[in-house]
Design a protein around this ligand. Structure first.
Ligand code: GDP
Ligand code: ZN
Length: 367
């Protein structure tokens, strides 16, 4: 195994996948994304790669509409020869992912980032008494929505309450949040304070990849820049040759800190909706689903059904009614997203004519 790639998170899980592939392919990690080209790092260099056409093989977890590499992916690359760009031949099976439903493609899944060990949901305090929009980021229901999607993709989750320097009551808010979210670590941080991010750093190990989600204005970029000790996007630029052999700057969305953490800061992570599934996916609500197991009816909606154990828990103040409300609306959303996806799958096989852009997309990515 190789040193530079190890520092980028390469391990046996990916190395063993490489062994079953052609010997002339090399491993690389996707660090940036363009429309039809991907910035990658290999053991020896940073390059811009294109995607193989016919030889394309999606990983085990990939959806049909999700067969492009994304930031964080490990890929098997055929080095370019005779001035040709390197070619991505395979996406290695992802360990974790964060997906959202693409509105443009009517419920198509879109993987935003891959192989993240942890996703931090960032919310922020505001000056007490201010009507700052950022304050909405502290709504537990908004946070629970993010947590649901994160856990679905297999990454660990944490909640960062940033700008703790602004609110003297920050510790009380943090404790209440951690109480509600049960198993998720909640840390109050400040990207402005000296040593203000150490509560976050205690959650992470070198070689781990972390991404940040949350409303605009909560301080995600400030946190990333602070961890890197520099302005991420500027310093991330390096000169590489593009597909046509021209020199160009890369567009980095994956960075390494000096202490060896890997940060992903991509615009796509900033807002996303849930993808289809059912209540079994609502692992962020293990307390509610445990209660629901004792309901009289298996398909209890926990509204006015007789023998509802969940309602009983609300009446006895064992369960926060707002948390139940949040669980119910997320369940509905998941079911609705699932229906849309099933309809999509059905209509794909049907006689409906494809639009020009859908046709182009299929030509580009299908066998
Ligand atoms: P993003 O949209 O989530 O990336 O948020 P930014 O990083 O751009 O930050 C939004 C605003 O919040 C900027 O004016 C930052 O200076 C400010 N900010 C970020 N972190 C903190 C913090 O810990 N404390 C305070 N007081 N302000 C912060
Ligand atoms: Zn019930």
């Amino acid at each position: 195994m190789t040193l530079r790639l190890t520092a980028f998170g390469y391990d046996d899980f990916f190395a063993s996948q490489m062994q079953s592939l052609a010997k002339d392919l090399i491993p690389a990690r996707v660090v940036g994304q363009h429309r039809r080209e991907w910035d990658i790092v290999t053991e020896t260099e940073a390059m811009r790669a294109v995607l193989a056409g016919k030889r394309w093989s999606p990983g085990k977890h990939a959806d049909v509409a999700d067969t492009q590499p994304t930031v964080g992916d490990w890929v098997a690359v055929r080095p370019g020869e005779g001035g040709n760009p390197p070619v991505v031949e395979h996406i290695l099976t992802r360990r974790t992912w964060l997906t959202r439903t693409s509105l443009a493609k009517r419920g198509a899944r879109q993987t935003l980032v891959a192989n993240i060990d942890m996703v931090a949901v960032v919310a922020a305090f505001a000056h007490p008494g201010s009507a700052d929009a950022v304050k909405r980021s502290l709504q537990p229901r908004r946070i629970e929505r993010y947590l649901t999607a994160i856990e679905k993709g297999g990454a660990k989750a944490a909640v960062l309450l940033n700008k703790s320097d602004l609110d003297p009551e920050s510790e009380a808010v943090r404790v209440a949040m951690e109480d509600r979210l049960k198993t998720i670590p909640v840390r109050a941080v400040s990207s402005k304070a000296e040593d203000g991010l150490s509560p976050l750093l205690h959650l992470l190990k070198p070689g781990q990849t972390i991404g940040f989600v949350g409303l605009s204005g909560v301080g995600k970029s400030s946190i990333v820049n602070r961890l890197l000790g520099r302005e991420a996007q500027k310093v991330g630029e390096e000169r590489v040759s593009d597909a046509r052999g021209r020199h160009t700057t890369t567009h980095r969305e994956l960075f390494q800190t000096e202490s060896g953490l890997i940060l992903i800061d991509t615009p796509g992570m900033r807002e996303f909706a849930l993808v289809g599934g059912d209540e079994a996916d609502l692992s962020a609500f293990a307390d509610v689903t445990a209660l629901a197991a004792s309901c009289q009816f298996r398909d209890c909606g926990h509204r006015d059904e007789p023998g509802c154990a969940v309602r009983r828990a609300v009446r006895s103040k064992q369960l926060d009614p707002d948390r139940l409300d949040s669980f119910q609306s997320l369940s509905e959303e998941l079911r609705a997203a699932d229906t849309t996806q099933q309809q999509r799958r059905k209509s794909k096989g049907g006689p409906r004519r494809r639009t020009e852009s859908q046709r182009r997309e299929r030509e580009d990515w299908d066998d």
